[in-house]
Design a protein. Structure first.
Length: 200
C-alpha cells in the first residue's frame, strides 16, 4: 500500500467548546479499512456526583443538534441531507446518512458524517471558510448514538481515509490543566479548539 503524501492543509477541530474523542483512529471497531483514520467526537459532560440520566431520546444527548464547523476552507464536492435520524441504539445499518465532503487540496478532502436531518447548510459547489457552520450533529446513517465522525480523505471514489493532523487545540491533562495538542487526537482525550469560529 502506497503511503499518503504529506498533509498540506491545516485542519482545526470541527467544533467549538470542549469535546471528547469517542473513537480513535484504527480502533478495531468501525474505524478500520477505508475508515481506519477517522475520528468520532462528542461534547464533554461532567458526570461526577450527578445521577445517571437515561438517554432515551435523541434530544437527551448533548451532541444532538450541536454545530459542526468546517475544519479548513475549501469547496463542497458532495453532500446529502434528508436521511432520518435513527433512534438511539437502534441496530446500525450500512447507510450513508447525511454528510458533507469538502475539497481542500488535491487528495485532501474532509468528510463529516451522521449529520442531523435537514441541517446541512452548504450545497455542492459552495466555498466554505474555516470555522463556518456547515451542519449539525445528528444520528443518521451507520450510528448508534449521536456523534460527529470526521475523516481526511485521499479520494472520494472510493471513499478512503488517510492520516490527519490537527492544529490550534489543547488537551486536558492531569489536574485539569490544558496543554498544547500534538496533532493526533487519541481516544478518551478531552480537547478544546483555539481556532476562531467564522460567522454564519
Amino acid at each position: 500500500m502506497t503511503a499518503a503524501p504529506p498533509q498540506t492543509v491545516e485542519l482545526t477541530l470541527p467544533f467549538s467548546g470542549i469535546w471528547g474523542v469517542l473513537q480513535g483512529m484504527d480502533s478495531d471497531e468501525t474505524h478500520v479499512g477505508y475508515a481506519a483514520y477517522a475520528l468520532d467526537f462528542v461534547p464533554a459532560e461532567r458526570l461526577e456526583g450527578a445521577k445517571p440520566v437515561a438517554l432515551r431520546h435523541l434530544e437527551d444527548f448533548p451532541c444532538f443538534g450541536r454545530d459542526v464547523l468546517a475544519a479548513a476552507e475549501g469547496v463542497v464536492v458532495w453532500s446529502h441531507d434528508g436521511a432520518p435520524d435513527r433512534p438511539p441504539r437502534a441496530h446500525a445499518k450500512r447507510e450513508p446518512g447525511n454528510f458533507i465532503i469538502i475539497r481542500h487540496a488535491p487528495s485532501e478532502f474532509t468528510e463529516y458524517r451522521h449529520l442531523q436531518r435537514r441541517s446541512v447548510q452548504v450545497a455542492v459547489g459552495a466555498s466554505v471558510k474555516r470555522g463556518q457552520v456547515i451542519g449539525r450533529c445528528g444520528n443518521s446513517g451507520n450510528a448508534g448514538t449521536p456523534h460527529l465522525h470526521i475523516g481526511l480523505l485521499g479520494s472520494v471514489e472510493p471513499i478512503a481515509t488517510r492520516p490527519m493532523r490537527f492544529s490550534r487545540y489543547q488537551v486536558l491533562g492531569p489536574n485539569e490543566s490544558w496543554a498544547p495538542g500534538d496533532g493526533t487526537p487519541q481516544a478518551k482525550q478531552l480537547l478544546r479548539s483555539l481556532a476562531a469560529t467564522s460567522p454564519r
